[in-house]
Design a protein around this ligand. Structure first.
Ligand code: PMP
Length: 361
């Protein structure tokens, strides 16, 4: 006998993971392909993090430290916040899920932009709450419109800064206005997965607005600028009472021991972070110049990826690029039928992307 889940679970769009690169290569009869699809660090992991992981391998028979004591202390010191305000996650995905599970009731409304990171909607639907979408305007996150969409049913708002998939940012001034306009019992989650890449000095940083007067949460991750996407570690910073609520439902060993030592070492690896930012910023400038020469419009990005209008069916361009061994992301399912999203790679990868795009268009 088959059982059926509640309707609200069935309303969740199934997550379809991309195939492993090796499988794609086998299918397409290619080799040596490059992946510029998931906004990962092209330099690989920080060497200091790798060394720390190697050293910690012999301790794998032990459970991880359930409080993440050393990582939390290090973050608290580095960020200038109290350790009690930090919650660690198995990636920032994990914190997003903890927030919705711990704070929402069925029927509550959660505001997010359209398009936005899929986990906001999935974790909202998981608890039978309702996603309310606010469309981006000119591919930027319209904070005033988001504030205007808040109703008495709104319990949570997800903002992404820089935004994914557009790479745009909102300013500290605009965020200050937003906070004034939104009732102080609405949970505001600012997802700063790409904040390390930002060059715009006006860009808001949620940390500057954290205090105990309202439930404001800043989400950060080690998956992007720190090059540790595969080991899964992220964190949220929030008022300590809210962190205590999340910690009630956090799985005790949600951050594995290798992830904890890797993250600590990555925070110390300032040279690696600096090199990462240089590669991404130089790469972005080079790619923009090349794509402009091809007559293509790119959208200025403050992150390590950018959108480009290829003026053709993006799904077909994705397929053709794949045959050339270059994996990028089609934005068709995001509502941008002629756009692709490209992660900045190493100089040789960026050159391969441009060459493949020329061949395809
Ligand atoms: N937020 C945004 C906006 C993202 O793009 C991503 C990764 N794609 C995440 C969160 C999740 O990051 P993590 O690997 O820390 O779960």
């Amino acid at each position: 006998m088959k059982i059926s889940p509640p309707d609200y679970i069935l309303s969740i769009k199934p997550y379809v993971p991309g195939k492993p690169i090796e499988e794609l290569e086998r299918e397409y009869g290619i080799s040596g392909s490059i992946k510029l699809a998931s906004n990962e660090n092209p330099l690989g992991p920080s060497p200091l993090a790798l060394a720390a992981i190697e050293k910690a391998l012999s301790g794998l028979h032990r459970y991880p430290d359930g409080s993440g004591y050393y990582l939390v202390s290090k973050l608290a010191q580095k960020l200038g916040v109290a350790p009690e305000s930090i919650v660690l996650g198995n990636g920032s995905d994990d914190i997003i899920g903890m927030l919705t599970r711990a704070l929402l009731l069925p029927g509550d409304e959660v505001i997010m932009t359209d398009p936005s990171f899929a986990m906001y909607d999935i974790t909202t639907c998981m608890v039978n709450a309702r996603s309310v979408y606010v469309p981006l305007i000119d591919r930027a996150l319209p904070l005033d419109t988001v504030a205007g969409a808040v109703t008495s049913k709104t319990k949570m708002v997800f903002l992404t800064n820089p935004n994914n998939p557009t790479g745009t940012v909102f300013s500290g001034k605009a965020f200050e206005r937003f906070l004034e306009a939104v009732p102080s019992d609405v949970v505001i989650v600012v997802d700063e997965a790409y904040i390390e890449f930002v060059q715009d000095p006006e860009c808001a940083r949620a940390f500057d607005f954290l205090d105990n007067s309202r439930p404001l949460v800043a989400l950060r991750t080690f998956s992007k600028a720190y090059g540790l996407a595969g080991i899964r570690v992220g964190y949220g910073v929030m008022p300590p009472y809210l962190a205590a609520i999340l910690n009630r439902i956090r799985q005790p060993f949600n951050v594995n021991s290798l992830a904890q030592v890797a993250a600590i070492a990555a925070l110390d690896d300032e040279a690696f972070l600096k090199q990462t930012l240089a590669v991404v910023h130089d790469g972005l400038a080079w790619l923009y110049a090349e794509l402009e020469k091809m007559g293509l419009r790119c959208f200025p990005s403050q992150a390590n990826f950018f959108l480009v209008d290829v003026k053709k069916d993006a799904a077909a361009v994705f397929e053709e690029m794949l045959k050339q061994g270059v994996i990028i992301r089609s934005m068709v399912s995001y509502g941008y039928p002629s756009y692709i999203r490209v992660t900045v790679g190493l100089p040789e990868e960026n050159a391969r992307f441009v060459a493949a795009l020329k061949a395809v268009l």
